[in-house]
Design a protein around this ligand. Sequence first.
Ligand code: HEC
Length: 197
Amino acid sequence: MLAMNRTNILGLAFVAVVVATIFSSCHDKRSRGLEYAPNMYYPIAYNPDQKNPIFANGISAQVPPPGTTPVGFTRFDEFPNTPEGYAAASTGITSPLTVTKKNLLEGKQLYLAFCSPCHGEKGMGNGHIVELGKFPAPPSYSTGNSSRGGAMKDLTDGKIYHTIQYGLNLMGSYASQLSPEERWKVIMYVHQLQKPQ
Ligand code: HEC
């Protein structure tokens, strides 16, 4: 008799736990029910996408005040994507890096990854997607002419930087793939390819 009771009580307790678990996970469709260390999911700080009563517009992710520059961000808006911006960049900016073997090697590595598919390993405009017939050949860095006028071999730091920043016609912008420092390293290597091959 006593043994029977014990089984019943255990059984009942088990059912109760199952029911409680099911119900606790049901009240909110997005909830997984039991949560381990919930303060990991619900931090005290506001999430960027969370409503925020502190600000008049009720949004946590505020637009920075006009004219501010984020830490570590390099502004380029004084050289817009216009012929004037291109000319101004040509005389207005030069590489802050010194030519070292390490910088050149890093520039080469980045160039081979991001630019050589079109421009070719030696910058002759015969990258592999050009050879496959999937892309028109860009002008050679050493012998070609820029569609904006002048020889490719004479392209300055600023003109190449402007091109990486904004792209040019069929060439897209590489601003999101290369940090300013990486761009200068690539430019250092492009200058090597502008020399007679
Ligand atoms: C998808 C192919 C492609 C890739 C990748 C590419 N380019 Fe270009 N690039 C072109 C084409 C095409 C042109 C010629 C555009 C024109 O004059 O209309 C060009 C032109 C240029 C010019 C000449 C700009 C001028 O003022 O005339 C420079 C400099 C240049 N690219 C640098 C780079 C660098 C540096 C990279 C890598 C970060 C790169 N390109 C990646 C296709 C590419």
